[in-house]
Design a protein around this ligand. Structure first.
Ligand SMILES: *[C@@H]1O[C@H](CO)[C@@H](O)[C@H](O)[C@H]1NC(C)=O
Ligand SMILES: *[C@@H]1O[C@H](CO)[C@@H](O)[C@H](O)[C@H]1NC(C)=O
Ligand SMILES: *[C@@H]1O[C@H](CO)[C@@H](O)[C@H](O)[C@H]1NC(C)=O
Ligand SMILES: *[C@@H]1O[C@H](CO)[C@@H](O)[C@H](O)[C@H]1NC(C)=O
Ligand SMILES: *[C@@H]1O[C@H](CO)[C@@H](O)[C@H](O)[C@H]1NC(C)=O
Ligand SMILES: *[C@@H]1O[C@H](CO)[C@@H](O)[C@H](O)[C@H]1NC(C)=O
Ligand SMILES: *[C@@H]1O[C@H](CO)[C@@H](O)[C@H](O)[C@H]1NC(C)=O
Ligand SMILES: *[C@@H]1O[C@H](CO)[C@@H](O)[C@H](O)[C@H]1NC(C)=O
Ligand SMILES: *[C@@H]1O[C@H](CO)[C@@H](O)[C@H](O)[C@H]1NC(C)=O
Ligand SMILES: *[C@@H]1O[C@H](CO)[C@@H](O)[C@H](O)[C@H]1NC(C)=O
Ligand SMILES: *[C@@H]1O[C@H](CO)[C@@H](O)[C@H](O)[C@H]1NC(C)=O
Ligand SMILES: *[C@@H]1O[C@H](CO)[C@@H](O)[C@H](O)[C@H]1NC(C)=O
Length: 682
């Protein structure tokens, strides 16, 4: 506001002071150009006028003119001047300027000039003679002599087969290379199209588009209508896939069914590793081999080629080879319950290896021939094996008694995509032996005195199963008798002196399997002597003393203990156990030993006449052997305390007796004296 007021003041002052002068600036509002901009086709004439409109102020001594590349007309003191070219061909002429100069000042007005060149031609064509649905192809738009290059783009449009001539823009191609191109150019644009079946009959167009600031010039090509071929619908293979046994003949036919479209100059043929038959312009071709032995032949392809384009139809080929044999066998001649064994399935000449697996199945003893799959063996090593192979598969089986009579089968399984081929072995029936139940030892355990003879018998009781080619025997430290194919074997020693012989084992071996039955052996040695004695010659009541029990040659040491017993003086020979001595040092002693055990005893006077015994005790698992010493009878002497007590009692008695006799004597004397006195007094 302040600036405006100031500016107004300044103007007023200027006018007031220098009113006779005029300045160009004041006239710019009256400098009129017409038209305000020019849009000119290249080579056409062009003109523009510039004039000073009349005003109340008088204007004189001025120049009015045009600046431009093409021409520079001007006039002095005339109210208008014309810019004019007969044929505008100067692409750089993008602006012409009208100026008014009054003495030292000037002002100007610009006219933008836009030159363009409509293309001589816009031509749309297809890069493929034949369009096939699904195959990408190109449309080409050629534009000749259009400018300026920097304002050019190409529009692509398309009309639906059902809505002819209603074109909808689908893409636009721009030309980044031409952004600085002032002049006209020749360009070719391409559009990638992958037609679908529904595009059949569609129309395409392209258009050169000049984006001229205030104006869009669009020059459109003639439309083209496309025909989309889909021969694959008409290219028929039969059968759609082949499953062929190795070495068998195989054939497949490929034909073109008649269509409304005329088809000529084409080739119809097969591509395959075995053979490549083809025909020109015939409607069908046969692929045929007498004996298919090419494992790699997993796909054959029928093709139809029309000039530069082609289409194809594939036939998957699956070749297989049924095995020459599938043989199931057992790795053990004899099956024994609880022993793991193996079944072996041998398959010869089966293919392809990569599609092979082995199925194992089993029928219950009670449900013969109702096989249920129990396992499957696959062959990861063979995943890339196209050809036939020989394989052996194993199944681990640990039979139980209930499996006796069960049946097993194995089968080669070819998993052929749409088809499963299964070739099964003959079943085998297994007999599960459990001989151990029939292996009888007698006696079930042995208790033998050291140095005595011993024997045990082992026999196989008869069963329904035939048993042959076997060995029956004993394992022991003393001896190892055995027999082949006899039903019993005796273990026997004349004098058992081997303390370590704590278990003997009867075994039955049938070829590679065996079972066994054990007999525990307990050897013992009764002591040569068990001697009880007292460590004191004289037993005094209240004094602790010891009893000693000496045991000679008793075994095994680890099973020995000593029992102490006592009979009351009043109940002779009724011994009651009073203590037991064990021998922790001997826990590992298998052999016989000499031991001495002691018992501390502090007798009382009542023990006088009591009897003691000791006994060697062998704790032989199922048996207790006890060997007892001769008893000893003890005489308990009174101790010193008793003597003193008796002495004191005697002394006290003596004193009492003495006192009593003294006082008696006294009173008796006194009585006599009285009597005497009485007698005397009387
Ligand atoms: C010019 O003169 C006319 C009549 O004489 C008058 O009406 C008009 O306002 C004047 N214009 C200017 C800009 O002074
Ligand atoms: C002339 O062109 C310039 C830029 O090239 C633009 O800024 C101006 O507005 C144009 N003038 C007219 C009157 O179109
Ligand atoms: C236009 O064409 C270009 C090149 O062919 C392509 O990359 C683009 O996806 C097309 N755009 C549309 C909308 O189809
Ligand atoms: C365009 O091509 C034509 C002939 O094909 C040629 O006469 C003309 O000079 C070319 N124009 C440009 C701008 O290259
Ligand atoms: C082929 O021609 C028959 C009759 O001329 C017509 O009914 C049929 O629709 C045509 N088929 C195609 C695919 O053009
Ligand atoms: C042919 O095999 C391929 C893979 O190997 C599969 O994708 C296709 O579906 C098969 N074709 C037929 C007709 O079975
Ligand atoms: C399978 O073994 C047999 C003989 O046992 C042999 O003749 C054949 O060539 C073998 N096949 C393969 C594929 O190894
Ligand atoms: C199948 O056999 C394999 C190998 O012998 C074994 O590891 C697997 O446990 C078995 N599967 C069944 C379900 O028995
Ligand atoms: C052995 O045979 C007898 C008669 O033939 C039969 O009763 C018995 O069940 C059979 N035993 C076994 C274990 O098969
Ligand atoms: C044999 O001795 C072992 C331990 O030494 C015992 O487990 C087993 O029951 C004994 N067998 C018989 C028949 O006494
Ligand atoms: C026990 O002692 C007797 C003689 O005192 C001796 O002959 C015997 O070898 C001894 N026995 C043991 C096992 O030490
Ligand atoms: C058995 O004798 C031992 C050693 O002489 C002694 O320590 C223990 O008290 C006695 N046990 C009995 C029940 O008298």
């Amino acid at each position: 506001m302040e600036v405006c007021v100031f500016s107004w003041l300044l103007t007023a002052l200027s006018v007031g002071l220098y009113g006779k002068y005029t300045y160009a600036e004041d006239w710019c509002d009256h400098l009129v150009v017409s038209p305000p901009f020019l849009l000119v086709e290249y080579g056409s004439p062009a003109e523009a006028n510039c004039s000073v409109t009349k005003t109340n102020q008088t204007l004189n001594n001025y120049q009015l003119g045009w600046e431009s590349k093409a021409s520079q007309p001007y006039t002095n003191n005339e109210s208008s001047v014309m810019w004019k070219v007969d044929s505008l061909t100067m692409w750089e002429e993008d602006q012409i300027i009208c100026y008014l100069t009054v003495r030292r000042t000037s002002c100007e007005n610009k006219v933008n000039v836009t030159i363009y060149k409509s293309p001589d031609s816009v031509t749309l064509s297809s890069m493929s003679d034949v369009w096939v649905s699904g195959d990408q192809t190109q449309l080409r738009c050629q534009i000749e002599n259009v400018g300026p290059g920097r304002k050019l783009s190409v529009r692509w449009s398309r009309a639906d087969p059902n809505q002819k001539n209603i074109f909808i823009q689908i893409n636009e191609t721009s030309f980044p290379d031409l952004v600085n191109k002032m002049e006209s150019v020749n360009v070719t644009a391409y559009l990638n199209v992958t037609p679908s079946r529904e595009d059949d009959g569609a129309q395409y167009q392209c258009a050169a588009l000049l984006n001229l600031d205030k104006n869009l010039k669009q020059i459109t090509s003639q439309p083209i209508t496309i025909t989309v071929h889909h021969w694959c619908d008409h290219l028929v293979v039969s059968p759609p896939f082949l499953l062929v046994e190795y070495g068998s003949p195989a054939e497949a036919n490929c034909s073109v069914t008649k269509t409304n479209q005329t088809l000529n100059n084409y080739q119809l043929g097969w591509e395959s590793k075995s053979s490549q038959p083809y025909t020109n312009n015939e409607s069908s071709v046969m692929w045929k081999v007498d004996s298919l032995t090419m494992w790699e032949e997993d796909q054959i392809i029928c093709y139809l080629t029309v000039r530069r384009t082609s289409c194809e139809n594939k036939v998957n080929v699956t070749i297989y080879k049924s095995p020459d044999s599938v043989t199931l066998s057992s790795m053990s001649d004899v099956w024994v319950s609880g022993d793991q064994t193996q079944l072996r399935c041998q398959i010869e000449n089966v293919g392809p290896g990569r599609k092979l697996s082995v199925r194992w199945s089993r029928a219950d003893p009670n449900q013969k021939n109702i096989f249920i799959q129990i396992n499957e063996t696959s062959f990861p090593d063979l995943v890339n094996k196209m050809e036939s192979v020989n394989v052996t598969a194993y199944l681990n089986v640990t039979p139980s008694r209930e499996d006796d009579g069960a049946q097993y089968q194995c089968a080669a399984l070819l998993n052929l995509d749409k088809n499963l081929k299964q070739i099964t072995s003959q079943p085998i029936t297994i007999t599960v032996h459990h001989w151990c139940d029939h292996l009888v030892v007698s006696p079930p355990f042995l208790l033998v005195e050291y140095g005595s003879p011993a024997e045990a018998n082992c026999s196989v009781t008869k069963t329904n199963q035939t048993l042959n080619n076997y060995q029956l025997g004993w394992e022991s430290k003393s001896s190892q008798p055995y027999t082949n194919n006899e039903s019993s074997v005796m273990w026997k020693v004349d004098s058992l002196t081997m303390w370590e012989e704590d278990q003997i084992i009867c075994y039955l071996t049938v070829r590679r399997t065996s079972c066994e039955n054990k007999v525990n052996v307990t050897i013992y040695k009764s002591p040569d002597s068990v001697t009880l004695s007292s460590m004191s010659d004289v037993w005094v009541s209240g004094d602790q003393t010891q009893l000693r029990c000496q045991i000679e040659n008793v075994g095994p040491g680890r099973k020995l203990s000593v029992r102490w017993s006592r009979a009351d003086p009043n109940q002779k020979n009724i011994f009651i156990q009073i203590n037991e001595t064990s021998f922790p040092d001997l826990v590992n002693k298998m052999e016989s030993v000499n031991v001495t055990a002691y018992l501390n005893v502090t007798p009382s006077r009542e023990d006088d006449g009591a009897q003691y015994q000791c006994a060697a005790l062998l704790n032989l698992d199922k048996n207790l052997k006890q060997i007892t010493s001769q008893p000893i009878t003890i005489t308990v002497h009174p101790g010193i305390k008793t003597h003193i007590t008796v002495l004191i009692i005697i002394i006290v008695l003596i004193i009492i007796i003495a006192a009593v006799s003294i006082s008696y004597t006294y009173y008796r004397c006194k009585g006599k004296k009285g009597q005497q006195e009485g007698l005397e007094s009387s």
